[in-house]
Design a protein around this ligand. Sequence first.
Ligand code: NDP
Length: 525
Amino acid sequence: MSAVLSFPIQDEIISYNPATGEEFGRVANTSAEDVKAAVEKSRQAFEKWKETSFKQRAKFVMKAREVILDELDEIARLISDESGKPIAESLSMEIAPVLDLMQYFARNAAKILKPEKINIGLYATLGRTSKIIYKPLGTVGIIPAWNYPFSIPLGEVVMSLMAGNAVILKPSELTPFIGLKIGEIFEKVNLPTDVLQVVTGDGRTGAALVDSGIEKIMFTGSVATGKRIAESAAKHLTSVVLELGGKDPMIVFADANLELAAQGAIWGAFCNSGQSCSSVERLYVEEFIAEDFTKLIVEKTKRLNQDSGDKETTDVAAMSSERQIKIVEDHVESFRREGAKILTGGKRNENFRGAFYEPTVISNATNEMRGMREETFGPTLPIVTFKTEEEAIRLANDSDFGLTASVWTKDLSKGKRVAEKILAGTVCVNEVLYTHGIGQTPWGGFKQSGYGRTHGKYGLLELVAPQHIHVNHFLLTPNAWWMPYSSNAVETFRGFAKHFASGSLRQTAKLMPQLLKRIKELRSK
Ligand code: NDP
């Protein structure tokens, strides 16, 4: 059985329902010593798990999918209650995409990680072959944020398991019960003991996991914590994937379908109360449509239904925590101070006791304002105007972040041209935010948005070590580059540089007489 760890409670953490502020439950704050014990168990579990076939691993993953489908509404409600988000988004943005990811990697991991013959060019004429095989790493530590507390860690768990690794998951202290649910799902399908362990706790538990010398850390969170983790992991040469913050731009040209672009901007900025790393946090609109487009956005924003996440008709629900709402208040205040105009929202929603902030549209923003530079991670949509394509690209790239971006225009060649000039891990044309939901495509950022990739082939390759197997099939003579060296050897090596290294067979043929002389010399020694 996979373990949902029940460590002796030295300290507990309390999870709250952010919509009501009421206690949701308590879990262990796992100590560094207990993390060490979990790592020990994980290493033992890995020894057997790495020997399983892709087919065996896929069976567990597909069975886990069935458990999720059986408990669909219960899980959706758990996600909504502990993280605050609307039930609609628990289903559409967490459960549905991760179910798709699960079937994709269960069915395709073997194909992606198939041993691969390498073309070694002229070395093949020497009777050599090379191939790459992919080996699991060992223990993968997954440290996710609280904003997509089900889909992000579960996706990484599945990919790690399919690659043959053992996993330790440390969920955010704001959403530990959702993390424990992931452990429970695999427990129900009888995943072998300790192949997946869930250690609840706060940042200290995460720090202990990073400092435990495991083979890989998959981290999702803030830039500041990401840097701390990279530093600490470096002590053990543990490799790290860092999925960090974003300040994602959306560029709307005058020739866009403005109705669709407005709906896209609203969903991109306000879904999950703006707490998505790929939220639209900067909206750039071509100047001569800006007034009409802004009006459209404001009208639509005012029609959004803000209510608690458990109701099916809720569009925008609570934020995840008081801490997060304070950052939003602070950014909106600084927009006001710096001369931007709050067109709607701009305050807490006092109709609720919990952490509700009204969807907020801001005009007259500029790239110099603090709220345009730091990640807000809340339901705010600041609007800036531009005159030319070049200016739009410059404004979009004028950021420390580079996670995703979007370009809206009916002219697809312009859309693609602009997309390729934007420095971000994913750029969409006439689409926004949702590509984390496509498990087949790589996910990750440029600049301060982190490094490494999750999802797709490149994500899976983060979870394995490529091993090169090189075979010499030609066992008759010593290699020309072996010792002893001589003038004859040096002349041959000159020939290697001039002819063999050209990659051309015809050029290399010129080397043959000298090569034969050298081999004769070696065989006579
Ligand atoms: P944090 O950096 O505060 O925390 C992220 C995770 O790290 C949590 O599980 C946290 O635990 C843990 N942690 C905290 N301190 C340490 C430490 N010293 N060592 C190891 N682990 C630690 O981020 P948030 O949870 O506030 O998440 C919001 C951020 O995540 C935003 O910047 C957002 O953009 C980013 N994000 C990026 C995504 C991407 O794909 N690029 C996707 C989703 C979010 P605990 O919560 O218990 O303190």
